[in-house]
Design a protein around this ligand. Structure first.
Ligand SMILES: Nc1nonc1C(=O)NCC1CCCCC1
Length: 250
């Protein structure tokens, strides 16, 4: 998967490109990241990358020509390397809320150019002319789009076949099948008097699988009932959830 990143602070991405799942995926060639810094397109002696907002008001906006130059070249490189025109994504609180379905959609959309905003944002005409989709990672305001860009890159990378060591771990993640994740346990068997659930020590893989599904359904029912609304449960899932509710009725 090819992702071009437009950012004034490309060095912020170094940690994720050299470590962990994403770092390994890059090393294996499963992901390719390219970086374009609008500052490299500055032509004045101060190498300006911000500009004053029309109408006054606090703060600055990203300078149009340097930003558009970076987006243009990132798109061109993505096209040249993949043969497909990249989808250009802008991350801001004004965007569509990103969830696992959105990640799956973006991860399967071919090459991407992700634009990380700074200052107070970007000119609306750049959004209209150069941005294909605006996405938000949540209803809060950060100081830049770099962390949201890293969130998107990480979540998308996990969905690329072969990136995760164990195929199931992607499916069993929270939200991968639309449910919250089940509880997990590792050594020691007892922590502060709290024991690992016996089923997990039983070696009965069918029982363990059913227990994990029951816990996922139950947790989702308790913590995020919105994720269950409109979801068709099969007979087994319905039975397990009813059992969980029975056991946890107040
Ligand atoms: N929340 C968010 N989801 O995606 N991005 C977010 C954000 O808070 N981004 C900050 C950026 C927004 C553009 C102007 C500079 C600050």
């Amino acid at each position: 998967m090819w992702i071009g990143v437009v950012s004034l602070f490309p060095e912020m991405f170094e940690a994720m490109t050299q470590q962990g799942v994403v770092g390994r995926a890059i090393e294996r060639g499963q992901i390719e990241l390219g970086f374009w810094n609008p500052r490299d397109y500055a032509t004045d002696k101060h190498r300006s990358v911000d500009d004053r907002p029309y109408g006054g008001g606090p703060g600055m906006l990203m300078k149009v020509d340097t930003l558009r130059g970076a987006i243009h070249d990132a798109k061109a490189q993505g096209q040249a390397l993949t043969g497909r025109s990249p989808k250009v994504i802008y991350l801001s609180p004004q965007g569509r809320k990103l969830d696992q379905n959105g990640v799956e959609t973006l991860a399967s959309a071919g090459p991407l150019v992700v634009v990380a905003g700074r200052y107070e944002g970007i000119d609306e005409r750049v959004v209209e002319c150069d941005i294909d989709e605006e996405w938000s990672i949540g209803d809060y305001v950060l100081s830049g789009g770099e962390l949201p860009a890293m969130v998107l890159i990480d979540a998308a990378a996990r969905l690329i076949p072969g990136v995760l060591g164990h195929h199931d771990s992607a499916i069993e993640d929270s939200f991968s099948d639309g449910l919250l994740d089940c509880p997990h346990y590792t050594r020691p068997e007892v922590i502060d008097g709290k024991r690992v659930p016996d089923v997990l020590l039983s070696g009965h893989h069918g029982d363990i699988k059913r227990w994990r599904l029951k816990q996922s359904l139950g947790r989702t029912w308790q913590r995020r009932p919105d994720l269950l609304a409109g979801r068709e449960l099969d007979a087994e899932q319905r039975r397990l959830l009813d059992e969980y509710i029975e056991e946890h009725a107040k």
